[in-house]
Write a protein that binds this ligand. Structure first.
Ligand code: GAL
Length: 633
């Protein structure tokens, strides 16, 4: 597989005479891809129905003339102001019932039929015009679904679509009442038209109602995206991508990904560390200019799965961003390290965001590869270095990983809906396990929740999966290796009820969760062998072999055959021991990497990434601070 670099560019932000020089500099830098168009609807269609394609034709032509390939974005994340006059009710509505107004972006409701019609029209016009353009070599649908908390809308459009969705799913209100347990507080409905959205209730809404609404909202994103891919495919053979985000679980990315050729994501390591990660102040301080050593890799592995092997970085942080609570400057070397780490995890392309820093509007404090005065910013030269390095080893692929780790979006919704303890967050749990695996130097594949074949993986993990799918249960029953399920896995039915037989109800494992408890941060449950369970622990009744036990005498990790159940959320000390022992049983070699040093194998090389601000000596090599080292396998 060939690996390439690119950049995000906004020709509509710059005077046209500048484009030529920009394109020449991009080509000289060694870039292959330029993503354009995703926010330019008001320039493509300044007044309703009157398209202005001239500037876009010329921009694509200019880039193409310099040998650059265009990723063309559909502009549906930024409908022009006139659209609101046409469809005043197309704005999403927040949980308090307030419309989310015009003046930034993503001001639309996924369920609004009129807005979907407008999207169909603009995407059709673009696909007809550019579908066979030789320079348009890929497409991007919309921009960052879910950004700015836009998946859930409590609008009249959402309400009416939700009622239809319920009618289709349950067929009768009797069935819906039974499925949701509406008898509980006399919440029964006798017509689908009586069903409301689960906001503005006196106290918490029925969790089954909330879960249905979350599934519905996710399906709306899927069908909105599909509307676009179906049109583009009728006119173009170029692959279609969407740019997903970091730590966003508001819709099922696997479902959206099924309609796309490539998954891509937007990687802002310093923004994420500051804004989206539970970590100690020491950790945040140590990695403030580098980012968390595992968060990027987690998303690389996740989106490789969402893209069924094909994935990109569509936006790579090039310097300080503008949107996090604090926006430090990356250490010299990080813009290179982040790109190489993506390639080591199988990325086909890494595109920096953005070419030139904007001197106006919301993101004027967000760095680019160039300063606003067009002078090269530090990441420009780091990108040039990556381009040179790629030229000397352009081809590489991924190999099957050591460990398969299941990730399930519906479980994120389930545990948000009824966390039972403030700190029980699904992403946090899965990421905690992922970090443990990476500390041991392991390569991880993330697996969708309906995975039917686990045969290549010596070790499989499925923490926190609310409902294990029939296919995954069958695959676990057939699996020859080791697997660790839990905590809180198979704990709900698909309609968010407690199943009987009681959880975890796993094939061949005689165990019942008798009691669960959530724990305040300063109340750990010590394990007999050291370390603790934190946040969450379960008390098991079992005849299976007990591998780990709590100091107060309850089984914490049990096994039958290769199938384990983990009855709590282990801290780092306990997790390292549990994973090391499981890897030993699985025949996997582990190591204990120094803090901030991570490794990853491609099919031909092993890479080391030093996220530390100091050099690291390891197995006879020295990896410089914010540096990368690789050697052939
Ligand atoms: C992304 C978005 C870009 C830009 C960038 C700034 O979330 O897709 O358009 O806003 O963040 O970091």
């Amino acid at each position: 597989m060939k690996r390439t670099l690119g950049v995000c560019y906004y020709p509509e932000h710059w005077p046209e005479p500048q484009w030529e020089e920009d394109a020449a500099r991009m080509a000289a830098l060694g870039l292959t891809w330029v993503r354009i168009g995703e926010f330019a609807w008001a320039r493509m269609e300044p007044v309703p129905g009157a398209y202005d394609w001239g500037w876009l034709d010329r921009a694509i032509e200019t880039l193409g003339r310099h040998g650059l390939q265009v990723v063309l974005g559909t502009p549906t994340a930024t409908p022009p102001r006139w659209m609101i006059d046409r469809h005043p009710d197309m704005l999403a509505v927040d949980a308090q019932g307030r419309p989310r107004g015009f003046g930034s972006r993503r001001h639309y409701d996924f369920s609004h039929r009129g807005y979907r019609g407008e999207c169909t029209r603009i995407v059709q016009a673009m696909a007809e015009r550019y579908g066979r353009n030789p320079h348009v070599a890929a497409w991007q649908t919309d921009n960052e679904y879910a950004c700015h908390d836009t998946v859930l809308s409590y609008s009249p459009a959402a309400l009416s679509a939700f009622r239809d969705w319920c009618a289709q799913r349950y067929q009768s209100t009797d069935a819906l009442n039974r499925a949701w347990g509406n008898v509980f507080w006399s919440m029964d409905y006798d017509r689908f038209d009586n069903i409301g959205l689960p906001n503005l209730t006196v106290t918490e809404a029925n969790p089954a109602h909330v879960m249905a609404f979350r599934r519905f909202a996710s399906d709306e994103v899927v069908s909105f995206n599909r509307l676009q891919t179906e049109i583009i495919r009728r006119h173009s053979d170029a692959p279609i991508a969407h740019n997903y985000m970091g730590r966003v679980t508001d819709f099922d990315h696997f479902d959206v990904g099924a309609d796309l050729d490539i998954a891509s994501w937007d990687s802002y390591p310093l923004g994420f560390l500051s804004d989206r990660l539970e970590a100690t102040p020491d950790h945040k301080r140590r990695f403030v200019r580098q980012g968390d050593p595992d968060l990027q890799a987690f998303h690389h592995d996740l989106y490789r799965a969402v893209g069924r092997g094909r994935w990109w970085i569509m936006e790579q942080q090039p310097g300080p961003v503008n949107w996090a609570p604090y926006n430090p400057d990356p250490l010299p070397g990080m813009a290179r390290l982040w790109a190489w780490e993506a390639f080591a995890h199988g990325a086909e392309a890494v595109c920096y965001f953005r070419w030139r820093q904007a001197p106006f509007a919301q993101e004027q404090m967000h760095a680019g590869l160039l300063r606003p005065d067009s002078v090269a910013a530090p990441a420009h030269d780091e990108a040039a270095q990556v381009a040179r390095e790629l030229a000397s080893q352009p081809e590489q692929g991924t190999a099957l990983a050591d460990v398969g780790l299941v990730f399930d979006y519906a479980s994120a919704w389930a545990w948000q809906t009824q966390p039972q303890g403030r700190d029980f967050d699904y992403f946090r749990l899965v990421f905690h396990i992922y970090k443990g695996l990476r500390r041991l130097g392991l390569n991880v594949d993330i697996l969708p929740p309906d995975t039917a074949d686990l045969s290549g993986y010596p070790l499989v993990m499925a923490p926190g999966v609310a409902t294990l799918s029939d296919s995954l249960l069958a695959a676990l029953a057939a699996h020859q290796g080791q697997s660790i399920i839990g905590p809180r896995s198979n704990a709900k039915t698909i309609e968010f009820a407690t199943p009987v037989p009681m959880p975890p109800n796993l094939p061949g494992l005689n165990a019942t969760v008798m009691r669960v408890e959530s724990l305040p941060p300063d109340v750990p449950v010590p394990l007999a062998a050291g370390g603790n369970l934190r946040h969450w622990r379960e008390k098991l009744d079992t005849t299976a072999q007990v591998i780990e036990q709590s100091a107060d005498g309850f089984p914490a990790l049990i096994v039958a055959g290769g199938l384990h159940y983990l009855a709590g959320w282990p801290d780092d000390v306990a997790l390292d021991r549990i994973l090391t022992a499981a890897c030993h049983r699985a025949g996997l070699k582990t190591t204990t990497l120094p803090d901030g040093l991570r490794q990853r194998n491609s099919n031909t090389h092993r890479f080391w990434f030093n996220y530390n601000p100091d050099p690291v000596e390891w197995e006879g090599i020295t990896v410089p601070p914010a540096g990368v080292h690789w050697q052939a396998l």
